[in-house]
Ligand binder design. Structure first.
Ligand code: PEP
Ligand code: MG
Length: 564
């Protein structure tokens, strides 16, 4: 025993897996200065030299890290060092200092100017603003003689702790050293969770302020499947658990689809994608096709609606990645946390409960029909035998389902709907008969069932797809699906969790769609259990009191099945 009394801190596990390593903290970003004292004219040259010196130190530190890194990480670090040395930026800082600002404030002003310019340019340029701000923060910390913010250098193995991770923090995250992520904030659909899933790193989010009690250098045991961080865990047992996890990871890497349970029950495993690029990456995974193409993500920065031809070209890129397979295209899910300037209302009191998804088309049917025309146009070019399904987000009533299905069928498209509003699940017997398929969006179904904002870190304990209330709605939808011969898929984050995938299969879900990196883990897990065992796990989870009990009951059952 390393410590006589191990203590456990709990959060929400979003990527399964275990790690045992020392804790390292992502260093916080510096507070930005507001207008400081004016620098006297005779001191301005020295102030600029002070800036140059700080920028030089930051650049050479980044270059040093770039030299020690490989591939994309080296490129990102090299490019960031280049930004620190950028002459245009230096000129803007000098101008600020010459006008009397101190170096820190001049750095903020110069960066803001570039950020505005880059944002106006849009596209790739706009994406670089995060890096510019990162450079600003590093130089400000150096000017103050503080430690560089962001990712610390790690020599051995470590668990990364942070309040939340920014995209810039994760760009160079080196998984040979970082073995797990644990954050104070975030939720199951936060940026941290998405990155962890992509990197397949055990991850726990929304631990709360208690995480701050863990000091850097402390040896901790992290279990992403149950969301626990243990201090003072038994070293031998922890290392054994890590070894077993590694063996399992190796089995996952070797797993090949198509997916089926041990006794041959087929479950279609598909990938969630945002664009052609993600679809190409997914085509290298074991996914059989695409179960959710979130079309709105292609248009977040568009100020005008793309023409039908332009849309068809964009959708065609996704189809091309899976030329002969199934692709499920979701029509615009604009609104709420995904506003699109040409589609959504300007201001709403409560956008998550507002005019989002299919609701936008009630007053603007042409927006939807132009999108359906574009999908049909792109689908026409697909190989014979390729399956193109189209589904609407945020369907709440049978009237909406019928209306959408008619518009699809007029264009020869196979029509479906997302089941992500509790009313749609409860009224499945009136909705499903109008449709060819449905796909359950567990992210929103959980948010609306639990009346808990999916983006709120404080409410992550509620927005857990293991909530039995959510599982019961899924169960009901599956029963109706079976009765009406309508396939019921799941395309929310729940489908990425291998244990929950067993539960969903047991409930009667026929396809699972998740981030392509999660597909093999789900497939390998399903291969280890029979359909009857899945049904037993489903029964236990649905009848549990809460998400933690549901998980614990399923883990227990899995252990029993493995032992027998
Ligand atoms: C969902 O709500 O589960 C879903 C898949 O849709 P999105 O996450 O895009 O809202
Ligand atoms: Mg949704």
């Amino acid at each position: 025993m390393e410590n006589a009394s191990p203590s456990t801190i709990k959060g929400t596990g979003v990527v399964a897996g275990v790690a045992y390593a020392e804790a390292v903290w992502v260093r916080p970003r510096p507070e930005l200065p507001t207008a400081g004292e004016t620098v006297a004219e005779e001191q301005r040259d020295a102030e600029y030299d002070h800036f140059l010196e700080a920028a030089d130190i930051v650049a050479s530190r980044l270059e040093q890290r770039a030299a020690g890194a490989e591939g994309q990480a080296a490129e990102v670090l090299g490019a960031t060092a280049g930004m620190v040395k950028d002459r245009g930026w230096h000129k803007a800082v000098r101008k600020g200092i010459r006008s009397g600002k101190n170096a820190e404030y001049a750095v903020v002003g110069a960066t803001d100017r570039f950020v505005t310019m880059f944002e106006a340019a849009g596209g790739v340029m706009a994406e670089r603003t995060t890096d510019l701000k990162d450079v600003r923060d590093r130089v400000i910390a150096q000017l103050r003689g503080e430690q560089e913010p962001g990712l610390p250098m790690v020599e051995g193995e470590a668990v990364l702790l942070a309040d939340d991770l920014a995209p810039a923090d994760t760009a160079t995250l080196d998984t040979t050293h970082i073995k797990a992520l644990v954050t104070e904030l975030g939720g199951p659909t936060s940026h941290t969770a998405i990155i962890a899933r992509q990197l397949d790193l055990p991850c726990i989010v929304a631990v709360g302020a208690e995480l701050r009690t863990i000091e850097a250098g402390t040896q901790i045991f992290v279990d992403g499947s149950v969301g626990t961080v243990t201090l003072g865990a038994d070293r031998t047992a922890s290392l054994k658990a890590v070894e077993e996890y590694r063996e399992k990871a190796a089995r996952v890497a070797e797993w090949r689809g198509p997916a089926q349970t041990k006794d041959g029950h087929r479950v279609q495993l598909l990938a969630n994608v945002a664009d052609g690029n993600a679809a190409r990456i997914a085509s290298d995974s074991q996914a059989e096709g695409i179960g959710l193409y979130r079309t709105e993500l292609s248009f977040l920065s568009a100020s005008e609606e793309p023409t039908v031809e332009e849309q068809a070209r964009i959708y065609g890129k996704v189809f091309n990645a899976f030329p002969d397979s199934k692709v499920v295209v979701r029509t615009l899910d604009a609104g709420s946390d995904k506003p699109i300037s040409y589609a959504t209302l300007d201001s709403e009191e409560n956008p998550a409960l507002g005019v989002r998804g299919l609701r936008i088309a009630r007053d603007n049917e042409a927006l939807l029909t132009r999108q359906l025309d574009a999908i049909a146009q792109a689908a026409e070019k697909r190989a014979e035998g390729a399956t193109t399904w189209v589904m609407a987000p945020m369907v709440a009533t049978a009237v909406e389902a019928k209306w959408f299905a008619e518009l699809c069928r007029e264009r020869g498209l196979t029509a479906g709907a997302m089941i992500e509003v509790p009313a749609a699940a409860l009224m499945a017997d009136t909705i499903l008969p109008h449709l060819d398929f449905v796909s359950i969006g567990t992210n929103d179904l959980t948010q609306y069932t639990m009346a808990a904002d999916r983006l709120s870190p404080q409410l992550a304990y509620l927005t857990d797809p293991w909530q039995p209330a959510v599982l019961r709605l899924i169960q009901h939808t599956c029963v109706v699906g079976r009765d009406n011969n309508v396939p019921v898929g799941v395309c929310g984050e729940a489908a990425a969790d291998p244990m929950l995938a067993c539960v969903l299969t047991g409930l009667g879900v026929t396809s699972l769609s998740a981030a392509s990196t999660a597909v093999a883990g789900v497939g390998a897990q399903l291969a280890e259990v029979t359909l009857e065992q899945c049904q037993k796990m489903a029964d236990a989870a649905v009848n549990a009191e809460g998400p933690a009990d549901a998980r614990a009951a399923v883990i227990d059952l899995l252990e029993q099945f493995q032992a027998s």
